[in-house]
Design a protein around this ligand. Sequence first.
Ligand SMILES: *[C@@H]1O[C@H](CO)[C@@H](O)[C@H](O)[C@H]1NC(C)=O
Ligand SMILES: *[C@@H]1O[C@H](CO)[C@@H](O)[C@H](O)[C@H]1NC(C)=O
Ligand SMILES: *[C@@H]1O[C@H](CO)[C@@H](O)[C@H](O)[C@H]1NC(C)=O
Length: 496
Amino acid sequence: MDILMNFLPISSKKALLFIILLFCMVSTPLKAVVKSTVSSSSSSVASSDQRDLITYFKSTRTLLPNPINIPLQNQSRTSKINLFTSSSLECSSTWNQECSNEILKIAHKKEHVHWIKSIRRKIHEHPELAFQEYQTSKIVRQELNKLEISYKFPMATTGIRAVIGSGQPPFVALRADMDALPIQEAVEWEHKSKIDGKMHACGHDAHVAMLLGAARILKAREKNLKGTVILIFQPAEEAGNGAKSMIKDGALENVEAIFAAHVSHQHPTGVIGSTRGALLAGCGFFRAVINGKTGQASSPHHSIDTLLAASAAVISLQSIVSRESDPLDSQVVSVTSFNGGDSLDVIPETVTLSGTFRAFSRTNFYQLLKRIREVFTEQASVYRCTATVDFFEDNDTIYPPTVNDKRMYEHVKKVARDLVGTTNFKVVPPMMGAEDFSFYSEVIPAAFFYIGIRNETLGSIHTGHSPHFMIDEDVLPIGAATHAAIAERYLYEYGS
Ligand SMILES: *[C@@H]1O[C@H](CO)[C@@H](O)[C@H](O)[C@H]1NC(C)=O
Ligand SMILES: *[C@@H]1O[C@H](CO)[C@@H](O)[C@H](O)[C@H]1NC(C)=O
Ligand SMILES: *[C@@H]1O[C@H](CO)[C@@H](O)[C@H](O)[C@H]1NC(C)=O
Protein backbone atom coordinates (compact mmCIF):
# COMPACT_ATOMS: atom_id res chain seq x y z
CA MET A 1 0.00 0.00 0.00
CA ASP A 2 1.39 3.16 1.11
CA ILE A 3 4.31 4.73 2.70
CA LEU A 4 2.99 5.94 5.96
CA MET A 5 4.08 9.07 7.65
CA ASN A 6 3.08 10.34 10.96
CA PHE A 7 2.77 13.93 11.80
CA LEU A 8 3.28 14.57 15.45
CA PRO A 9 2.55 18.23 15.87
CA ILE A 10 4.06 19.46 19.05
CA SER A 11 2.73 22.24 21.20
CA SER A 12 4.37 24.83 19.05
CA LYS A 13 2.29 23.43 16.21
CA LYS A 14 5.43 22.76 14.35
CA ALA A 15 4.81 19.40 12.87
CA LEU A 16 7.85 17.21 12.68
CA LEU A 17 7.57 14.68 10.06
CA PHE A 18 8.62 11.16 10.35
CA ILE A 19 8.37 8.48 7.80
CA ILE A 20 8.31 4.93 8.90
CA LEU A 21 5.75 2.90 7.31
CA LEU A 22 4.73 1.14 4.27
CA PHE A 23 1.10 1.45 4.74
CA CYS A 24 -1.51 4.00 5.17
CA MET A 25 -3.93 3.24 7.83
CA VAL A 26 -4.35 3.97 11.33
CA SER A 27 -3.37 6.74 13.39
CA THR A 28 -3.58 8.41 16.55
CA PRO A 29 -6.63 10.06 17.85
CA LEU A 30 -4.84 12.55 19.98
CA LYS A 31 -6.21 15.92 19.24
CA ALA A 32 -2.67 17.00 18.81
CA VAL A 33 -1.59 14.09 16.75
CA VAL A 34 -2.65 13.72 13.19
CA LYS A 35 -1.37 11.10 10.94
CA SER A 36 -0.58 11.57 7.38
CA THR A 37 1.47 10.13 4.64
CA VAL A 38 3.01 11.49 1.54
CA SER A 39 3.36 10.09 -1.82
CA SER A 40 5.80 7.28 -2.15
CA SER A 41 6.85 8.60 -5.48
CA SER A 42 7.83 11.91 -3.99
CA SER A 43 9.39 10.19 -1.06
CA SER A 44 13.03 9.50 -1.26
CA VAL A 45 12.89 7.30 1.78
CA ALA A 46 11.14 4.31 0.31
CA SER A 47 13.31 1.50 1.53
CA SER A 48 14.65 -1.09 -0.79
CA ASP A 49 12.17 -3.49 0.77
CA GLN A 50 9.34 -1.28 -0.24
CA ARG A 51 10.69 -0.95 -3.73
CA ASP A 52 11.07 -4.70 -3.93
CA LEU A 53 7.52 -5.08 -2.85
CA ILE A 54 6.30 -2.72 -5.51
CA THR A 55 8.29 -4.57 -8.14
CA TYR A 56 6.98 -7.78 -6.73
CA PHE A 57 3.41 -6.72 -7.18
CA LYS A 58 4.07 -5.45 -10.63
CA SER A 59 4.97 -8.93 -11.70
CA THR A 60 2.70 -11.23 -13.59
CA ARG A 61 -0.80 -10.03 -13.64
CA THR A 62 -3.13 -12.03 -15.79
CA LEU A 63 -6.22 -10.28 -16.99
CA LEU A 64 -9.28 -10.67 -14.90
CA PRO A 65 -12.32 -12.00 -16.62
CA ASN A 66 -14.48 -9.17 -17.83
CA PRO A 67 -17.98 -10.48 -17.72
CA ILE A 68 -19.73 -7.19 -18.34
CA ASN A 69 -21.18 -8.39 -21.59
CA ILE A 70 -22.17 -11.83 -20.49
CA PRO A 71 -25.96 -11.83 -20.32
CA LEU A 72 -27.45 -12.99 -17.09
CA GLN A 73 -30.18 -15.54 -17.15
CA ASN A 74 -33.51 -14.45 -15.75
CA GLN A 75 -34.62 -15.95 -12.54
CA SER A 76 -37.79 -15.46 -10.62
CA ARG A 77 -37.17 -13.76 -7.35
CA THR A 78 -39.21 -11.61 -5.12
CA SER A 79 -36.29 -9.30 -4.55
CA LYS A 80 -36.86 -5.79 -5.76
CA ILE A 81 -33.29 -5.59 -6.90
CA ASN A 82 -34.23 -6.30 -10.45
CA LEU A 83 -30.72 -5.67 -11.60
CA PHE A 84 -30.09 -9.11 -10.28
CA THR A 85 -32.89 -11.15 -11.60
CA SER A 86 -29.90 -13.27 -11.94
CA SER A 87 -28.15 -16.46 -11.76
CA SER A 88 -28.92 -20.00 -12.39
CA LEU A 89 -28.06 -21.00 -8.84
CA GLU A 90 -25.70 -23.63 -10.15
CA CYS A 91 -24.22 -23.43 -6.73
CA SER A 92 -27.01 -24.54 -4.53
CA SER A 93 -25.70 -27.09 -2.10
CA THR A 94 -21.94 -26.89 -2.40
CA TRP A 95 -19.72 -24.03 -3.34
CA ASN A 96 -18.14 -24.36 -6.75
CA GLN A 97 -16.45 -22.31 -9.40
CA GLU A 98 -19.83 -21.47 -10.85
CA CYS A 99 -20.67 -19.52 -7.69
CA SER A 100 -17.56 -17.38 -8.04
CA ASN A 101 -18.33 -16.76 -11.68
CA GLU A 102 -21.90 -15.74 -10.96
CA ILE A 103 -20.87 -13.31 -8.26
CA LEU A 104 -18.29 -11.77 -10.53
CA LYS A 105 -20.80 -11.50 -13.34
CA ILE A 106 -23.26 -9.67 -11.15
CA ALA A 107 -20.55 -7.37 -9.86
CA HIS A 108 -19.50 -6.47 -13.39
CA LYS A 109 -22.96 -5.76 -14.70
CA LYS A 110 -22.82 -2.35 -16.27
CA GLU A 111 -25.54 -0.93 -14.09
CA HIS A 112 -23.89 -2.24 -10.94
CA VAL A 113 -20.53 -0.80 -11.89
CA HIS A 114 -22.14 2.54 -12.61
CA TRP A 115 -24.01 2.53 -9.30
CA ILE A 116 -21.02 1.57 -7.19
CA LYS A 117 -18.82 4.21 -8.84
CA SER A 118 -21.45 6.88 -8.29
CA ILE A 119 -21.60 6.04 -4.58
CA ARG A 120 -17.85 6.17 -4.26
CA ARG A 121 -17.72 9.53 -6.06
CA LYS A 122 -20.47 11.01 -3.93
CA ILE A 123 -18.62 10.01 -0.76
CA HIS A 124 -15.33 11.20 -2.22
CA GLU A 125 -16.77 14.66 -2.84
CA HIS A 126 -17.94 14.96 0.77
CA PRO A 127 -15.19 13.62 3.01
CA GLU A 128 -15.82 13.62 6.75
CA LEU A 129 -13.31 13.13 9.56
CA ALA A 130 -13.42 10.58 12.36
CA PHE A 131 -16.74 10.39 14.21
CA GLN A 132 -18.22 13.08 11.94
CA GLU A 133 -19.26 10.73 9.13
CA TYR A 134 -22.92 11.84 9.29
CA GLN A 135 -23.49 12.33 5.56
CA THR A 136 -21.50 9.26 4.63
CA SER A 137 -23.48 7.21 7.09
CA LYS A 138 -26.68 8.65 5.67
CA ILE A 139 -25.69 7.68 2.14
CA VAL A 140 -25.04 4.15 3.34
CA ARG A 141 -28.39 3.97 5.12
CA GLN A 142 -30.26 5.33 2.12
CA GLU A 143 -28.77 2.62 -0.07
CA LEU A 144 -29.51 -0.05 2.52
CA ASN A 145 -33.11 1.17 2.66
CA LYS A 146 -33.42 0.94 -1.09
CA LEU A 147 -32.03 -2.57 -0.96
CA GLU A 148 -34.45 -3.44 1.86
CA ILE A 149 -31.59 -4.47 4.07
CA SER A 150 -32.22 -4.00 7.78
CA TYR A 151 -29.62 -2.44 10.02
CA LYS A 152 -28.89 -1.06 13.44
CA PHE A 153 -27.97 2.62 13.75
CA PRO A 154 -26.38 4.54 15.35
CA MET A 155 -23.45 2.65 16.78
CA ALA A 156 -20.27 4.45 17.80
CA THR A 157 -21.95 7.73 16.72
CA THR A 158 -22.19 7.18 12.95
CA GLY A 159 -21.64 3.44 12.60
CA ILE A 160 -24.07 0.97 11.04
CA ARG A 161 -24.51 -2.78 11.44
CA ALA A 162 -26.54 -4.28 8.61
CA VAL A 163 -27.88 -7.82 8.35
CA ILE A 164 -28.43 -10.01 5.28
CA GLY A 165 -29.36 -13.67 5.20
CA SER A 166 -31.28 -16.23 7.18
CA GLY A 167 -30.89 -14.59 10.57
CA GLN A 168 -29.49 -17.91 11.76
CA PRO A 169 -25.91 -18.84 12.59
CA PRO A 170 -23.24 -18.82 11.48
CA PHE A 171 -22.75 -15.06 11.47
CA VAL A 172 -19.89 -13.75 9.38
CA ALA A 173 -18.96 -10.08 9.23
CA LEU A 174 -17.48 -7.77 6.58
CA ARG A 175 -16.19 -4.38 7.62
CA ALA A 176 -15.64 -1.02 5.91
CA ASP A 177 -14.29 2.18 7.45
CA MET A 178 -15.92 5.51 6.56
CA ASP A 179 -13.66 8.37 7.71
CA ALA A 180 -11.51 10.71 5.65
CA LEU A 181 -8.31 12.61 6.42
CA PRO A 182 -7.40 16.23 7.15
CA ILE A 183 -5.60 16.56 3.81
CA GLN A 184 -6.21 18.98 0.95
CA GLU A 185 -6.82 17.03 -2.24
CA ALA A 186 -4.31 17.83 -4.97
CA VAL A 187 -5.89 15.70 -7.68
CA GLU A 188 -7.82 17.73 -10.23
CA TRP A 189 -10.77 15.69 -11.38
CA GLU A 190 -14.48 15.91 -11.75
CA HIS A 191 -15.26 14.46 -8.35
CA LYS A 192 -12.56 16.18 -6.34
CA SER A 193 -13.27 16.75 -2.64
CA LYS A 194 -15.60 19.70 -2.18
CA ILE A 195 -14.51 20.20 1.41
CA ASP A 196 -11.39 22.28 1.89
CA GLY A 197 -8.70 20.52 3.85
CA LYS A 198 -10.44 17.16 3.89
CA MET A 199 -9.94 14.25 1.57
CA HIS A 200 -10.55 10.56 1.20
CA ALA A 201 -6.83 9.99 0.83
CA CYS A 202 -6.83 6.46 2.18
CA GLY A 203 -9.54 4.88 0.07
CA HIS A 204 -12.23 4.55 2.71
CA ASP A 205 -14.71 5.95 0.17
CA ALA A 206 -13.89 2.93 -1.96
CA HIS A 207 -14.15 0.60 1.03
CA VAL A 208 -17.68 1.83 1.74
CA ALA A 209 -18.69 1.56 -1.93
CA MET A 210 -17.28 -1.95 -2.22
CA LEU A 211 -19.11 -3.08 0.89
CA LEU A 212 -22.37 -1.59 -0.39
CA GLY A 213 -21.66 -3.35 -3.69
CA ALA A 214 -21.28 -6.59 -1.75
CA ALA A 215 -24.52 -5.84 0.11
CA ARG A 216 -26.34 -5.56 -3.16
CA ILE A 217 -24.88 -8.79 -4.52
CA LEU A 218 -25.59 -10.66 -1.30
CA LYS A 219 -29.11 -9.33 -1.12
CA ALA A 220 -29.77 -10.59 -4.61
CA ARG A 221 -28.41 -13.97 -3.54
CA GLU A 222 -29.98 -13.92 -0.11
CA LYS A 223 -31.72 -17.25 -0.72
CA ASN A 224 -28.33 -18.86 -1.19
CA LEU A 225 -27.01 -17.69 2.15
CA LYS A 226 -26.61 -20.50 4.62
CA GLY A 227 -26.46 -18.21 7.58
CA THR A 228 -26.15 -14.48 8.19
CA VAL A 229 -23.85 -11.80 6.86
CA ILE A 230 -23.22 -8.76 9.05
CA LEU A 231 -22.00 -5.60 7.34
CA ILE A 232 -20.10 -3.24 9.60
CA PHE A 233 -19.71 0.38 8.46
CA GLN A 234 -17.50 1.90 11.13
CA PRO A 235 -16.38 5.43 11.91
CA ALA A 236 -12.96 6.67 12.89
CA GLU A 237 -10.39 4.24 11.62
CA GLU A 238 -7.78 6.95 11.11
CA ALA A 239 -8.23 8.42 14.56
CA GLY A 240 -10.25 7.53 17.60
CA ASN A 241 -10.37 3.75 17.54
CA GLY A 242 -13.76 3.50 15.86
CA ALA A 243 -13.47 -0.29 15.80
CA LYS A 244 -13.18 -0.37 19.57
CA SER A 245 -16.38 1.66 19.95
CA MET A 246 -18.22 -0.50 17.43
CA ILE A 247 -17.29 -3.62 19.37
CA LYS A 248 -18.44 -1.97 22.59
CA ASP A 249 -21.77 -1.17 20.92
CA GLY A 250 -22.28 -4.78 19.91
CA ALA A 251 -21.02 -4.94 16.33
CA LEU A 252 -19.59 -8.43 16.86
CA GLU A 253 -22.60 -9.89 18.61
CA ASN A 254 -22.93 -13.56 17.49
CA VAL A 255 -20.25 -12.98 14.87
CA GLU A 256 -17.73 -15.80 14.57
CA ALA A 257 -15.41 -14.45 11.88
CA ILE A 258 -14.68 -11.08 10.27
CA PHE A 259 -12.99 -9.87 7.09
CA ALA A 260 -11.95 -6.49 5.69
CA ALA A 261 -10.10 -5.11 2.70
CA HIS A 262 -7.83 -2.13 2.14
CA VAL A 263 -7.03 -0.68 -1.25
CA SER A 264 -3.36 -0.79 -2.13
CA HIS A 265 -1.37 1.23 -4.61
CA GLN A 266 1.29 -1.46 -4.53
CA HIS A 267 -0.84 -4.07 -6.26
CA PRO A 268 -2.09 -3.74 -9.82
CA THR A 269 -5.84 -3.19 -9.94
CA GLY A 270 -7.76 -6.18 -8.69
CA VAL A 271 -4.77 -8.14 -7.41
CA ILE A 272 -5.44 -9.42 -3.90
CA GLY A 273 -2.74 -9.79 -1.27
CA SER A 274 -2.64 -11.06 2.27
CA THR A 275 -0.61 -13.17 4.62
CA ARG A 276 -0.99 -15.57 7.48
CA GLY A 277 -0.31 -14.26 11.00
CA ALA A 278 0.88 -10.75 11.72
CA LEU A 279 0.10 -8.45 8.82
CA LEU A 280 0.26 -4.99 10.33
CA ALA A 281 2.11 -3.74 13.34
CA GLY A 282 0.83 -2.61 16.70
CA CYS A 283 1.32 1.12 17.03
CA GLY A 284 1.79 3.41 20.02
CA PHE A 285 2.96 6.94 20.71
CA PHE A 286 4.80 8.57 23.56
CA ARG A 287 5.64 12.01 24.86
CA ALA A 288 8.35 12.43 27.46
CA VAL A 289 8.97 15.56 29.48
CA ILE A 290 12.42 15.90 30.99
CA ASN A 291 12.77 18.34 33.86
CA GLY A 292 15.99 19.92 35.08
CA LYS A 293 17.01 23.39 36.13
CA THR A 294 17.24 26.33 33.81
CA GLY A 295 20.31 28.54 33.83
CA GLN A 296 22.72 30.62 31.81
CA ALA A 297 24.55 28.45 29.31
CA SER A 298 27.75 30.35 30.07
CA SER A 299 27.73 28.92 33.60
CA PRO A 300 26.44 25.38 33.06
CA HIS A 301 27.33 24.31 36.60
CA HIS A 302 24.44 26.42 37.92
CA SER A 303 21.87 24.52 35.88
CA ILE A 304 20.76 20.91 35.47
CA ASP A 305 21.01 20.30 31.76
CA THR A 306 17.82 18.87 30.33
CA LEU A 307 19.13 18.86 26.76
CA LEU A 308 22.04 16.63 27.67
CA ALA A 309 19.73 14.21 29.48
CA ALA A 310 17.28 14.24 26.58
CA SER A 311 20.05 13.64 24.05
CA ALA A 312 21.35 10.71 26.05
CA ALA A 313 17.83 9.29 26.22
CA VAL A 314 17.43 9.50 22.44
CA ILE A 315 20.67 7.59 21.96
CA SER A 316 19.75 4.98 24.56
CA LEU A 317 16.34 4.41 23.03
CA GLN A 318 18.08 3.20 19.89
CA SER A 319 19.54 0.28 21.78
CA ILE A 320 16.17 -1.19 22.73
CA VAL A 321 15.51 -2.50 19.25
CA SER A 322 19.13 -3.07 18.26
CA ARG A 323 20.19 -4.90 21.44
CA GLU A 324 17.12 -6.21 23.20
CA SER A 325 14.80 -7.50 20.52
CA ASP A 326 14.93 -10.52 18.24
CA PRO A 327 16.29 -9.34 14.88
CA LEU A 328 13.87 -11.72 13.14
CA ASP A 329 10.92 -10.14 14.89
CA SER A 330 10.72 -6.57 13.63
CA GLN A 331 10.17 -3.66 15.99
CA VAL A 332 10.57 0.08 15.72
CA VAL A 333 11.22 2.90 18.18
CA SER A 334 11.42 6.33 16.58
CA VAL A 335 11.81 9.72 18.22
CA THR A 336 10.03 12.26 16.06
CA SER A 337 10.27 15.53 17.92
CA PHE A 338 12.67 17.18 20.33
CA ASN A 339 11.74 20.53 21.74
CA GLY A 340 13.67 22.62 24.23
CA GLY A 341 12.70 26.04 22.97
CA ASP A 342 14.84 28.34 20.87
CA SER A 343 17.09 30.21 23.22
CA LEU A 344 20.70 30.80 22.21
CA ASP A 345 22.15 31.15 25.68
CA VAL A 346 19.80 29.61 28.24
CA ILE A 347 19.57 25.95 29.19
CA PRO A 348 15.84 25.11 29.17
CA GLU A 349 13.99 24.02 32.27
CA THR A 350 12.20 21.26 30.34
CA VAL A 351 12.65 19.35 27.13
CA THR A 352 9.78 17.52 25.44
CA LEU A 353 10.30 14.54 23.16
CA SER A 354 7.74 12.58 21.20
CA GLY A 355 7.79 9.47 19.12
CA THR A 356 6.21 6.24 18.11
CA PHE A 357 6.84 2.53 18.46
CA ARG A 358 5.69 -0.57 16.57
CA ALA A 359 5.75 -4.32 17.04
CA PHE A 360 4.05 -7.37 15.56
CA SER A 361 2.98 -9.04 18.79
CA ARG A 362 1.25 -7.74 21.86
CA THR A 363 4.03 -9.09 24.10
CA ASN A 364 6.72 -7.22 22.22
CA PHE A 365 4.54 -4.18 22.00
CA TYR A 366 4.04 -3.86 25.76
CA GLN A 367 7.67 -4.74 26.40
CA LEU A 368 8.66 -1.78 24.19
CA LEU A 369 6.32 0.49 26.11
CA LYS A 370 7.86 -0.58 29.41
CA ARG A 371 11.43 -0.13 28.21
CA ILE A 372 10.77 3.28 26.66
CA ARG A 373 9.45 4.47 30.01
CA GLU A 374 12.46 3.00 31.85
CA VAL A 375 15.02 4.44 29.46
CA PHE A 376 13.60 7.95 29.78
CA THR A 377 13.37 7.94 33.56
CA GLU A 378 16.67 6.18 34.21
CA GLN A 379 18.64 8.11 31.63
CA ALA A 380 17.24 11.38 32.97
CA SER A 381 18.35 10.47 36.47
CA VAL A 382 21.90 9.80 35.27
CA TYR A 383 22.02 13.51 34.44
CA ARG A 384 20.22 14.56 37.64
CA CYS A 385 16.97 15.27 35.77
CA THR A 386 13.55 13.73 36.15
CA ALA A 387 11.31 12.43 33.40
CA THR A 388 7.65 11.63 32.94
CA VAL A 389 6.40 9.62 29.99
CA ASP A 390 2.86 9.68 28.63
CA PHE A 391 1.65 6.93 26.31
CA PHE A 392 -1.80 8.50 25.92
CA GLU A 393 -3.37 5.23 27.01
CA ASP A 394 -6.67 6.95 27.70
CA ASN A 395 -6.75 8.71 24.36
CA ASP A 396 -7.26 5.67 22.14
CA THR A 397 -3.87 5.98 20.54
CA ILE A 398 -2.72 2.44 21.10
CA TYR A 399 -3.40 0.06 18.26
CA PRO A 400 -2.63 -3.62 18.68
CA PRO A 401 -1.01 -5.61 15.87
CA THR A 402 -3.35 -6.90 13.12
CA VAL A 403 -2.97 -10.66 13.09
CA ASN A 404 -4.64 -12.84 10.48
CA ASP A 405 -6.12 -16.06 11.75
CA LYS A 406 -4.63 -18.99 9.87
CA ARG A 407 -7.96 -20.48 8.78
CA MET A 408 -9.47 -17.14 7.84
CA TYR A 409 -6.40 -16.27 5.82
CA GLU A 410 -6.72 -19.59 3.98
CA HIS A 411 -10.35 -18.75 3.33
CA VAL A 412 -9.49 -15.38 1.78
CA LYS A 413 -6.78 -17.00 -0.31
CA LYS A 414 -9.10 -19.69 -1.61
CA VAL A 415 -11.88 -17.24 -2.42
CA ALA A 416 -9.50 -14.79 -4.06
CA ARG A 417 -7.80 -17.39 -6.22
CA ASP A 418 -11.11 -18.71 -7.50
CA LEU A 419 -12.42 -15.24 -8.11
CA VAL A 420 -9.50 -13.32 -9.61
CA GLY A 421 -7.29 -16.20 -10.67
CA THR A 422 -4.42 -17.92 -8.89
CA THR A 423 -1.77 -15.58 -10.23
CA ASN A 424 -3.68 -12.55 -8.98
CA PHE A 425 -3.40 -13.59 -5.38
CA LYS A 426 -0.11 -12.64 -3.70
CA VAL A 427 1.34 -13.48 -0.35
CA VAL A 428 2.56 -10.17 1.06
CA PRO A 429 5.14 -9.44 3.73
CA PRO A 430 4.00 -7.83 7.00
CA MET A 431 4.04 -4.04 7.02
CA MET A 432 4.83 -1.53 9.74
CA GLY A 433 1.60 0.40 9.32
CA ALA A 434 -1.22 -0.10 11.77
CA GLU A 435 -4.96 -0.48 11.36
CA ASP A 436 -7.78 -0.50 13.84
CA PHE A 437 -9.20 -3.69 12.32
CA SER A 438 -6.80 -5.17 14.87
CA PHE A 439 -9.41 -4.65 17.56
CA TYR A 440 -11.72 -7.10 15.81
CA SER A 441 -8.88 -9.52 15.21
CA GLU A 442 -8.19 -9.57 18.94
CA VAL A 443 -11.74 -10.74 19.64
CA ILE A 444 -12.61 -13.24 16.89
CA PRO A 445 -10.82 -15.01 14.03
CA ALA A 446 -10.21 -12.40 11.36
CA ALA A 447 -8.45 -11.80 8.09
CA PHE A 448 -7.43 -8.54 6.48
CA PHE A 449 -6.44 -8.32 2.84
CA TYR A 450 -5.29 -5.76 0.29
CA ILE A 451 -6.85 -5.16 -3.05
CA GLY A 452 -4.80 -3.46 -5.74
CA ILE A 453 -5.62 -0.07 -7.26
CA ARG A 454 -2.35 0.55 -9.03
CA ASN A 455 -2.72 1.65 -12.64
CA GLU A 456 0.09 3.66 -14.14
CA THR A 457 -1.97 4.72 -17.13
CA LEU A 458 -4.45 6.42 -14.86
CA GLY A 459 -1.82 7.70 -12.47
CA SER A 460 -3.13 5.75 -9.48
CA ILE A 461 0.34 5.17 -8.15
CA HIS A 462 0.34 7.28 -5.01
CA THR A 463 0.40 6.02 -1.49
CA GLY A 464 -2.46 6.50 0.89
CA HIS A 465 -2.35 9.77 2.86
CA SER A 466 -0.85 11.52 -0.14
CA PRO A 467 -2.77 14.54 -1.46
CA HIS A 468 -2.23 12.92 -4.88
CA PHE A 469 -3.84 9.67 -3.83
CA MET A 470 -6.32 8.31 -6.33
CA ILE A 471 -7.77 4.95 -7.14
CA ASP A 472 -8.49 2.98 -10.27
CA GLU A 473 -12.24 2.64 -9.89
CA ASP A 474 -12.17 -0.64 -11.78
CA VAL A 475 -11.32 -2.09 -8.37
CA LEU A 476 -14.82 -1.39 -7.07
CA PRO A 477 -16.78 -4.26 -8.66
CA ILE A 478 -13.92 -6.66 -7.99
CA GLY A 479 -13.79 -5.60 -4.34
CA ALA A 480 -17.56 -5.95 -4.04
CA ALA A 481 -17.43 -9.44 -5.55
CA THR A 482 -14.56 -10.45 -3.28
CA HIS A 483 -16.40 -9.36 -0.15
CA ALA A 484 -19.58 -11.08 -1.26
CA ALA A 485 -17.81 -14.31 -2.18
CA ILE A 486 -15.86 -14.36 1.09
CA ALA A 487 -19.06 -14.12 3.11
CA GLU A 488 -21.26 -16.38 1.02
CA ARG A 489 -18.62 -19.06 0.77
CA TYR A 490 -17.85 -18.82 4.46
CA LEU A 491 -21.47 -19.66 5.21
CA TYR A 492 -21.36 -22.60 2.80
CA GLU A 493 -18.26 -24.01 4.33
CA TYR A 494 -18.76 -23.23 7.99
CA GLY A 495 -22.56 -23.37 8.14
CA SER A 496 -24.36 -26.42 9.42
C1 LIG B 1 -6.23 12.93 26.06
O1 LIG B 1 -7.60 12.87 26.44
C2 LIG B 1 -7.95 13.74 27.48
C3 LIG B 1 -9.37 13.45 27.89
O2 LIG B 1 -10.21 13.41 26.77
C4 LIG B 1 -7.75 15.20 27.02
O3 LIG B 1 -8.06 16.09 28.04
C5 LIG B 1 -6.29 15.37 26.59
O4 LIG B 1 -6.10 16.66 26.04
C6 LIG B 1 -5.90 14.34 25.57
N1 LIG B 1 -4.47 14.43 25.30
C7 LIG B 1 -3.99 14.73 24.12
C8 LIG B 1 -2.52 14.80 24.03
O5 LIG B 1 -4.70 14.93 23.14
C1 LIG C 1 -35.54 -11.61 -19.02
O1 LIG C 1 -36.42 -10.66 -18.56
C2 LIG C 1 -36.62 -9.56 -19.43
C3 LIG C 1 -37.49 -8.54 -18.73
O2 LIG C 1 -38.47 -9.16 -17.95
C4 LIG C 1 -37.20 -10.08 -20.74
O3 LIG C 1 -37.37 -9.01 -21.65
C5 LIG C 1 -36.26 -11.10 -21.34
O4 LIG C 1 -36.81 -11.66 -22.50
C6 LIG C 1 -35.97 -12.21 -20.33
N1 LIG C 1 -34.92 -13.07 -20.82
C7 LIG C 1 -34.98 -14.40 -20.74
C8 LIG C 1 -33.78 -15.13 -21.28
O5 LIG C 1 -35.93 -14.99 -20.29
C1 LIG D 1 -5.67 1.07 -16.35
O1 LIG D 1 -6.77 1.83 -16.69
C2 LIG D 1 -7.03 1.90 -18.08
C3 LIG D 1 -8.16 2.87 -18.29
O2 LIG D 1 -9.28 2.49 -17.50
C4 LIG D 1 -7.34 0.51 -18.59
O3 LIG D 1 -7.57 0.55 -19.98
C5 LIG D 1 -6.19 -0.42 -18.27
O4 LIG D 1 -6.51 -1.75 -18.64
C6 LIG D 1 -5.86 -0.36 -16.81
N1 LIG D 1 -4.65 -1.11 -16.55
C7 LIG D 1 -4.58 -2.02 -15.59
C8 LIG D 1 -3.25 -2.66 -15.43
O5 LIG D 1 -5.52 -2.32 -14.88
